[in-house]
Design a protein around this ligand. Structure first.
Ligand code: OMP
Length: 212
């Protein structure tokens, strides 16, 4: 585990973004943990969150031309990452979509920099991958190529097949999915900091059932 991944989990715990308990997911599964990036909700928190995303992007070595944030949750994430990336590496354009097309003013569903070259999708969590597929269609329709996907957490759960949603996306579109952390890092973090935690067997059982 990289130092920034350890720090990211610590930061998520301190801010109540990573929680343990019983949570119903979009998929209907009852999960022993939940990660809610929406709770990073101050300027300083968005600044720090953007730094983590930018560090993960830099660590991946992926070269991208534009950052794209899918509405709604991806918009502040792409903006925050663009700010942090400009401080750590290079100034980079970003864009996002509207959920409903605007028929006056500048019109259309896309806002910000033109989608051209290699576009990186920035989102929060991938479980089944629904939102990512929609973004890929929007970027392709604009005539640009998808460089990959950058997310905060890969839950490493089975999708419709034995593969995880992230593996399915990687295979279907031949693009990398970069995650700041995955469930594996959350487990390592607990093992390191709370080796006797009662959370561990519960998370292991969940992983046994739904994990890849
Ligand atoms: P997919 O679009 O099916 O991949 O589901 C991802 C979405 O699930 C996220 O964008 C969140 O709305 C939600 N989610 C979380 O935010 N955190 C979690 O830990 C789990 C989920 C989820 O419901 O699966």
């Amino acid at each position: 585990m990289f130092e920034y991944q350890h720090q990211f989990i610590q930061y998520a715990l301190e801010n109540g973004v990573l929680k343990f308990g019983q949570f119903k997911l979009k998929s209907g599964r009852i999960s022993p943990y939940f990660f809610n990036t929406g709770l990073f909700s101050t300027g300083a928190q968005l600044d720090k969150l953007g730094q983590f995303y930018a560090q993960a992007l830099i660590a991946s070595g992926l070269e991208v031309d534009v950052l794209y944030g899918p509405a709604y949750k991806g918009i502040p994430l792409a903006a925050g990452t663009a700010i942090a990336y400009s401080q750590l590496k290079a100034d980079i354009p970003f864009a996002f979509n509207r959920k409903e097309a605007k028929d006056h003013g500048e019109g259309g569903v896309l806002v910000g920099a033109p989608l051209q070259g290699k576009v990186l999708i920035i989102d929060d969590v991938i479980t089944a991958g629904t939102s990512v597929r929609e973004s890929i269609q929007i970027i392709s329709a604009a005539g640009a190529s998808v460089a990959g996907v950058l997310i905060a957490l890969d839950r490493q759960e089975k999708g419709e097949t034995e593969l995880s949603a992230v593996q399915e996306v990687t295979r279907q579109y031949n693009i990398p999915v970069i995650a700041i952390i995955s469930l594996a890092e959350i487990i390592s973090y607990i093992q390191l900091n709370e080796p006797d935690s009662e959370k561990l067997p519960i998370i292991h059982a969940y992983r046994q059932q739904y994990g890849i």
